[in-house]
Design a protein around this ligand. Sequence first.
Ligand SMILES: Cc1cc2nc3c(=O)[nH]c(=O)nc-3n(C[C@H](O)[C@H](O)[C@H](O)COP(=O)(O)OP(=O)(O)OC[C@H]3O[C@@H](n4cnc5c(N)ncnc54)[C@H](O)[C@@H]3O)c2cc1C
Ligand code: FES
Length: 314
Amino acid sequence: MKKCSAHPNRLFTAVVRQHRVIRPRYQLLTLELDTDGSAAFASVKPGQFIEVDVSHLSLPQDKDIPAELLDSAQRNIMLRRPFSFSAVRHTGKSTEIDVSYHVIGPSTVRLMTLTAGDSLHLIGPLGNGFRIDPSRPIALLIAGGMGSPPIQHLAAYLRSQHPQIKVTAFVGARSLNELPFETGLHPDGGIDLPAFSAVQVPHAVATDDGSLGVKGFITQLVDKFLQSPQMQADKTILYACGPEPMLAAVSRLATKIGVPCQLSMERMMACGIGLCQSCAIKTRDSQAEDGWSYRLCCKDGPVLDGKDVIFDES
Ligand SMILES: Cc1cc2nc3c(=O)[nH]c(=O)nc-3n(C[C@H](O)[C@H](O)[C@H](O)COP(=O)(O)OP(=O)(O)OC[C@H]3O[C@@H](n4cnc5c(N)ncnc54)[C@H](O)[C@@H]3O)c2cc1C
Ligand code: FES
């Protein structure tokens, strides 16, 4: 197979092993990587991402395309699309990754057609993932909507690689319909997300409309937790991925309490490897004349220190 010249050894083939609908327009793909891909993913970090080529995939039948995407789905796919992974499993000879996606436009509509045995080309792992700080043994993981996959991966990674770190997850979405996780009931009567309970990570759930868990923004639950008397600011760190207003709120909370936070940012991406400059993020930079400069989401991120990011509102 032809290798990507900018990133030799990083263009891989993956075979679809499973494809499941989690809820309408939220699907989960399990991909098995080829030998080179499995080797490249041996030391993958939560928060890194892949760029998937869907240009060879056909559209589903009109009846299977969400009505409001019927027009936009016809667009030609020129560029690969970035996706995180919610789980990475290394078996003896190969690696499987789970990609959870929201059907939102022409590429994700085409992904819906994949069935077991189909192949995809992708590049990765790209970008910088979360940097684990062992000096902060209390990790609060905050996920919003389709930003949840890297947080699920991070929860499992911390449990297996850093078992001394106490992990709690806070998972939010606009509504149950926009939560990309299967749900169940905890024996104590609360909401159970098997993605987190399977790795023994306690979790709280909030939805904006109250259709699952507590009604309100997930950051309100985090705020309450941070205000509790047992809170130890000098030992705590926040890791978050989700929509930008949620990340801005997490950054404000971290500043208020005086704890560090790492944020997985999102931008529209073209190349995904630092060449096109299309994914700029405004960041604080004491060396720059104006006190700020741009960093690239794909290459310097997607995970950045919260204290560095300049949000539109600030
Ligand atoms: C690092 C990273 C990780 C990602 N991980 C996932 C993931 O795990 N699962 C998932 O479903 N999606 C993920 N995304 C978003 C995903 O790449 C887009 O939804 C994808 O481009 C959709 O392609 P499409 O052709 O179906 O729709 P497009 O036509 O590309 O997009 C549909 C609509 O969504 C908007 N949009 C697309 N991407 C972004 C973005 N990055 N920021 C703001 N608006 C956007 C577009 O403006 C357009 O209006 C990730 C993005 C990044 C940058
Ligand atoms: S997507 Fe091209 S530089 Fe980031």
